[in-house]
Design a protein around this ligand. Structure first.
Ligand SMILES: [Zn+2]
Length: 491
């Protein structure tokens, strides 16, 4: 068949998208953001980056039927004359699997009355972004995500249910329960655990109400963590941690499943570290001394790999925080998404004030060691997963941050297709969902990101997302983005 298909052929081969809708359960509000929804969709002449780490394959056809990928190959799925097929000619485009975001909060970090010298007033607040965050994640290619710590667990659980019911747009969500935090915490919205029994009760309560993961935080004690892990595992649920009071080797021995922020927050070598208490540098001392070739690094990586503990890379939140000598680029779309106040706070935090204390540690060395350890961990067979952690200075924004994380993985030494795998298939493996999602393969759910350009050659092309398929329904990235203009940081 030599016929030249193009976008205009929608009408020729198929029929109006609204008539084709197979997902009648999607609400009117969600349909507003749907660009493609038909019983059979053919992505024609597209470059496939399948998420396994394999090289890109040029000029493939990908067929989507009933929410699944049903065929992939040169010339696959070309319709017979009478067949109703919606055809997208994707010459010049690539598809990658839907991103599986593993540190994807649904809140924003607000500092009341922030001044130009970075001072503000307590308490730090984490307002919920139930409206903007899911839309931005989906718009930028995230089709599955873990919240990695909840401050409004009822809202997160209801959001997940409403998305699954087709009432709201957004990715599939692994709802992490409320933070498992110790007695003292800078975050007033977090529950403060009293003891091990309290930790057990919290886990049981939220697991019974639908939480599908848990996250331990910086002031938890070993006893509390142990009890929480045992309780979670008894529900078949995994536990991750952004730790400080418990070191990485201690957490591994207690049975933790995943550790957040790569190697930035391990406190095992900190000289002032006391059992069950966070150290002053929160791990910076350890990281400064843990060069990748050190005996400590080798032993730690061996321990993590042996116990199948995953590591979540969140380079996005560190590239801005550390004094690396260059300020990360700002994207216009990111500024457009932000509420005016969020934008203002971000510009205050972007510039280092003269009054800021001189850092006690060499940020460049910390970043260098941390990235080298992540690469080494992955090379040794460790499961490296990724997420943006949209907090920090406020410029790590849902969705855009997931793309930036992929770019930073490439900068730290992974190939483009390896970085895409870390952000897709590896997350699916961690979640135990790699039979259904995480890569582009026949039989898997049609979670696909349509990208203009070739991220296998130029990784910044991951920013050029135009359509995001979730379960075979193609969402319009531009429309989703426009719907949250000026709202991130507020709703
Ligand atoms: Zn976080």
């Amino acid at each position: 068949m030599t016929r030249h298909f193009c976008w205009a052929y929608f009408a020729f081969y198929g029929f109006a998208i609204s008539l084709a809708a197979q997902n009648s359960e999607l609400s009117k509000e969600v349909k507003e953001y749907v660009k493609v929804d038909a019983p059979k969709v053919l992505l024609l002449h597209v470059r496939v980056i399948d998420g396994t780490g394999s090289a890109a394959i040029e000029d493939q056809n990908v067929v989507i039927e009933g929410g699944k990928i049903t065929a992939i190959g040169t010339g696959a799925g070309v319709p017979t004359t009478n067949e109703r097929v919606t055809v997208l000619d994707l010459r010049g485009y690539s598809v990658i699997p839907g991103i599986v975001g593993m540190h994807n909060h649904l809140y924003y970090q607000r500092r009341p009355n922030l001044k130009s010298d970075w001072s503000g007033e307590a308490p730090l607040l984490l307002p919920q972004m139930t409206f903007s965050a899911p839309r931005l994640y989906l718009a930028e290619g995230v089709t599955t995500m873990r919240t990695t710590g909840s401050v409004e667990p009822y809202a997160d659980l209801n959001l997940k249910r409403d998305i699954e019911a087709g009432k709201l747009p957004g990715p599939h969500i692994d709802v992490t329960g409320p933070y498992l935090e110790g007695a003292k915490s800078p975050y007033i919205q977090m529950y403060r655990l009293k003891d091990a029994d309290d930790a057990r009760q919290l886990v049981n309560y939220w697991a019974d109400r639908g939480a599908t993961s848990f996250k331990a935080y910086t002031n938890i004690t070993r006893e509390e963590l142990k009890a929480a892990i045992e309780a979670a595992h008894s529900h078949g649920i995994k536990v991750t941690g952004h730790l400080c009071s418990v070191t990485y080797p201690e957490a591994v021995e207690l049975g933790i499943d995943d550790l957040e922020h790569g190697f930035f927050v391990n406190t095992q070598l900190d000289p002032d570290k006391k059992p069950d208490h966070c150290s002053e540098s929160s791990g910076a001392y350890t990281l400064e001394h843990m060069t990748p070739e050190s005996a400590e690094a080798k032993a730690l990586i061996e321990l993590l790999v042996k116990h199948h503990v995953a590591i979540t890379s969140t380079l996005t939140v560190f590239e801005g925080r550390t004094d690396l000598g260059k300020v990360p680029p700002v994207r216009q779309e990111v500024l457009d998404a932000m509420a005016p106040e969020a934008r203002e706070d971000y510009f205050v935090l972007r510039n280092r004030p003269a009054s800021a204390p001189v850092p006690k540690f060499d940020s460049k060395l910390l970043y260098k060691n941390a990235t080298a350890l992540e690469v080494e961990f992955a090379r040794e067979g460790g499961l490296l997963i990724a997420g943006p952690d949209p907090t920090g200075r406020g410029d790590v924004v849902p969705g855009f941050g997931d793309q930036r994380e992929i770019e930073l993985l490439v900068a730290e030494g992974f190939s483009s297709v390896e970085a895409i795998r870390i952000a897709t298939l590896n997350g699916a493996i961690y979640l135990g969902k790699d039979k259904q999602i995480g890569s582009i393969a026949v039989g898997k759910n049609a979670d696909l990101v349509v990208i203009k350009g070739d991220p296998s050659k130029q990784i910044s092309d991951v920013e050029n997302v135009e359509i995001v398929f979730k379960d075979g329904v193609g969402y319009d990235s531009t429309k989703l983005r426009q719907s949250v203009r000026g709202k991130y940081g507020q709703y």
